[in-house]
Design a binder for this molecule. Structure first.
Ligand code: GLN
Length: 192
């Protein structure tokens, strides 16, 4: 099993470390050639506008879009959620998303950098107590389509959701020192 981490920008190293800790073969993805051998992919947090631009210049946009449309299991966290969303509010006019998950997200919905926070989240199907969610300039999930399952909420917003094999979080599960969200994603995809 090989799990890719999109490594154009952002918190890809931290995801890689989680995969290493889980004993999963991790590959940093920077070019289209890396996509063929993957069983799953993680789109990390960072800056969605920059990642959107780098997806175009790296030549990854089109082949990655095809793999996602073909059902490649994917986990998008924070900026990665923005890149997988059907609709993006408060985006820059030139940023584009794949539309894999039928949600509407609003960039920086929880405020600026100084408004970053942590919260205990009750995650559907996760044993062993709440998961500590780290929210950094987090996108807010404002609308959830009928085919989307909500796995965790904070206040009245979903913060962890799934459509088919595509999982999205508005928080950073790679920063909690807790492997369980990655584990859930990989186990549900029969990758662990
Ligand atoms: N606000 C960032 C964006 O719009 C996302 C923040 C993050 O990934 N930590 O891309």
């Amino acid at each position: 099993m090989k799990v890719g981490v999109l490594a154009l920008q952002g918190a890809f190293r931290e995801h890689r470390e989680v995969l290493d800790a889980l004993g999963v073969d991790a590959v940093e993805v920077r070019a289209p050639e890396a996509l063929g051998a993957l069983d799953a992919l993680i789109l990390p947090g960072g800056e969605s506008t920059t990642m959107s631009r780098l997806l175009d210049t790296s030549g990854l946009r089109e082949p990655l879009g095809e793999h996602l449309a073909d059902g490649l299991p994917v986990l998008g966290t924070c900026a990665g959620l923005i890149l997988l969303a059907r609709e993006v509010e408060d985006g820059r006019s030139d940023q584009r998303s794949f539309g894999t998950v039928d949600v509407t997200v609003r960039r920086n919905a929880y405020g600026r950098q100084r408004d970053s926070f942590e919260a205990d989240l009750a995650v559907e199907g996760l044993c062993g107590g709440p998961f500590r969610g780290v929210f950094i300039r987090a996108p807010g999930i404002e609308r959830v389509g009928p085919g989307v399952e909500i796995l965790a909420s904070h206040g009245d917003r979903a913060v962890f959701a799934r459509e088919g094999v595509a999982y999205v979080t508005s928080f950073h599960p790679e920063l909690s020192g807790d492997l369980r969200v990655h584990q859930l994603f990989l186990e549900r995809g029969s990758l662990l």
